[in-house]
Design a protein around this ligand. Structure first.
Ligand code: 8YV
Length: 315
């Protein structure tokens, strides 16, 4: 039997996926190392692949100490935490898991919008805390059906969100770098202009480092006191302190957030707000989707090592 290829696994994965990975490869678990520098130094002659997830990625610092690495496979669609420039200039292939997670992520985007408009966590707590009995009917909320939805990033996931929002009778706008020829939704080249025109701003863009904090106080002020923000993209694109201020001062109506700037740390100011819905980065976290993501990630890796094209890749 030929020797197993050696890979560094940056963080734990969905159990069955990690098990399958460990059956087929010699897996070195980076997160368990007491001293990561020493751990990686001991692997520089043997490790040829890195397996990671969307949040951790693989930065140049990691890749530089593993000079034999020629493939990075991401258990996720987002590759913003992978240093793509470094990978491209060093001939490192980068695989990811698009498509298989689109439906689940789009479902959660709509759930977060409904949760924010209808204040579902607040209403849940109101019921459980006996306030219905003690204080009477809960305060009224705002209607999501038929509202103006603006999607920042009309890619695969953004388009799936748009399709679902159409089912709610919403009018859809989108903001992309370029207008899409085959799309009838209203196009905005400027995010702030779109924020001013919609009731629900949904962030679904594939972020680049230059998008850090692009959803800033100006964008939030333009969204306005009846506007809701939903983020299933990445926390880094939102200026979190500005978002907290806007929520505290009722300059926006609410927010539904699956992602945060410094995961797994979530600003505690958000915990007690009646107008927010928080999720611990779980938009793709169903058994069905995680199984499919795992299979695609394993197929990418297997293809690389048998000299075939990766199934899904960005570099
Ligand atoms: C995952 C993600 O939560 O696909 C992505 O980019 O962020 C998520 O689907 C993550 O990669 C798994 O831990």
């Amino acid at each position: 039997m030929s020797e197993k290829h050696a890979v560094v696994l940056v963080n734990p994965l969905y159990g069955p996926t990690q098990q399958a990975l460990e059956n087929a490869y010699q897996v070195h678990r980076l997160w368990e190392a007491d001293n990561k520098t020493e751990f990686l130094a001991g692997l520089q002659d043997t490790v040829t692949g890195v397996v990671t997830d969307g949040g951790s990625g693989a930065d140049a610092e990691l890749l530089r100490v593993l000079p034999k690495v020629k493939v990075v496979t991401v258990f996720g669609v987002g590759v913003d935490a992978v240093d793509l420039d470094y990978c491209k200039s060093n001939g490192i292939r980068v695989g990811n898991t698009p498509d298989v997670l689109t439906d689940d992520v789009a479902d959660i985007a709509i759930a977060l919008a409904l949760g924010s408009f209808r204040r579902l966590p607040f209403a849940h707590n109101y019921t459980c805390e006996g306030r219905w009995v003690g204080e009477g009917a809960a305060p009224l909320t705002a209607r999501f059906s038929g509202c103006n939805v603006g999607i920042y990033g009309l890619g695969r996931i953004g388009s799936a969100i748009a399709k679902r929002a159409e089912g709610f009778g919403c009018k859809i706008s989108y903001c992309n770098r370029n207008k899409k020829a085959d799309v009838a939704y209203q196009y905005f080249s400027d995010l702030q202009e779109m924020a001013a025109a919609v009731d629900c701003l949904i962030l679904a863009v594939a972020p680049t480092p230059s998008m850090k904090g692009v959803v800033n106080a100006d964008v939030l002020n333009s969204l306005g006191p009846d506007g809701h923000l939903v983020n299933i993209s990445r926390g880094l694109i939102v200026d979190e302190p500005a978002l907290i201020d806007a929520l505290v001062q009722n300059r926006i109506a609410g927010a539904g957030l699956d992602v945060f700037a410094n995961e797994p740390n979530v600003p505690s100011e958000l915990f007690s707000m009646p107008n927010v819905v928080l999720q611990p980065h779980v938009a793709s976290a169903t058994v069905q989707t995680r199984t499919a993501m795992g299979q695609l990630m394993l197929d990418n890796l297997a293809n690389f090592y048998r000299g075939a094209e990766l199934v899904a890749f960005v570099a």
